[in-house]
Ligand binder design. Structure first.
Ligand code: ZN
Length: 345
């Protein structure tokens, strides 16, 4: 398969550079829509703001839907302190430790962006000694230091910053010469990039999917209600989401992970087996894995009562929801499996 890896990586970097924490995904989704339309692929926007792009297949009676979520973890202003520092809360999960020292932009409702840094209240060892090292990081002791001359709540208010403003955290993307991809939010922007890579592959090779295929770019996965309004003819739903590498997991950073079960449910056994068969037929490196603290667009869809078979696959990613890392070969294996799946009876 002649997958255009450079295109996929360029697309990934583009979306990593458009902040899209859960609840503030409009700008990224506008770009998603533009990119599909530029490829000549029709889209619809759901009322909830998600984008569904559809490529017609040989069979138009039954459809396959493949999802990738554009939303990521993030943070939000919870309050403005009397000293001009910002109290913040996390949007979705993750840990404070990964955000300590992170540079950010605070975006006001009018689109103005202010630079700052996430720090613990007890940051300086010169001042706080052991407390700086040993204090457990919590919502109560993490804050934003704005790179503005602000000494009071009023000073901050004058900038236009308010409770509810989003905090955009620098993704720190780096791709090494030997193919490692390091960044925050590989979950799940790698999947969004792969969707475009797959569409380009189909187009470059003039391939028509066996079944009409919908690409569902969802926008609330990280907070537990990703997909809604799935196209009615969908009989199979495959979420592209990261495989978890580390601990006792089977997944690695070079293979595609095929989920057998996550926190809430086993995945559909027959569809999972079909994906394994397709992987073997196409010489795709894969791992089957059971995830612990994990859900996907597919499991969230089942929780909402949709009626279709469901699966979840994705590149193995180390240190998920922290400073994540995967390898280009995991991306390629995931794409090969998906292309095999789209072209399969
Ligand atoms: Zn995810």
């Amino acid at each position: 398969m002649n997958i255009d890896t450079k295109y996929v990586l360029d697309t990934m970097i583009k979306y990593l550079n458009i902040p899209s924490p859960s609840g503030k995904t409009t700008a990224a989704l506008e770009e998603v829509r533009r990119q599909f339309e530029d490829m000549g692929i029709g889209t619809v926007k759901t009322k909830k703001g998600a984008v569904i792009a559809t490529i017609e297949g040989e069979n138009t009676e039954e459809e396959k839907t493949i999802s990738a979520h554009i939303d990521t973890l993030g943070a939000m202003v919870k309050g403005i302190k009397p000293n001009g520092r910002l109290k913040i809360v996390k949007v979705a999960g993750g840990t404070w430790t990964t955000l300590e020292g992170a540079n950010v932009y605070v975006e006001t409702r009018h689109g103005k962006k202010y630079r700052g840094t996430i720090l613990p209240v007890y940051a300086s060892t010169h001042i706080y000694g052991a407390a700086a090292r040993e204090t457990v990081r919590t919502d109560d002791n993490m804050e934003i230091r704005l790179d503005e001359i602000v000494k009071s709540k009023e000073d901050v208010k004058k900038l236009g910053i308010n409770v509810g403003d989003y905090v955009h955290i620098d993704p720190l993307t780096e791709i090494t010469d030997n193919g490692f991809i390091k960044s925050r939010y590989i979950d799940d922007k790698s999947a969004v990039a792969m969707v475009f890579g797959i569409c380009k592959y189909l187009k470059d090779n003039k391939l028509k999917p066996k079944y009409t295929t919908n690409f569902f770019i969802s926008n609330y996965e990280e907070v537990g209600h990703g997909v809604s309004a799935v196209p009615e003819k969908t009989t199979e739903f495959v979420a592209i989401d990261i495989g978890t590498v580390g601990g006792e997991q089977e997944s690695d950073e070079f293979s595609v992970s095929i989920a057998a079960k996550d926190r809430s449910t086993p995945y559909d056994y027959d569809l999972r087996s079909k994906l394994v068969d397709i992987a073997e037929k196409n010489n795709v490196y894969y791992k089957i894995d059971v995830y612990i603290n994990y859900g996907s667009d597919a499991t969230q869809a089942m929780g909402q009562g949709f009626d279709f078979s469901f699966a979840c696959i994705g590149p193995g990613v180390d240190a998920t929801h922290h400073y994540e890392r995967t390898h280009i070969s995991a991306i390629e294996n995931t794409m090969k499996l998906l292309i095999g799946y789209i072209m399969e009876e």
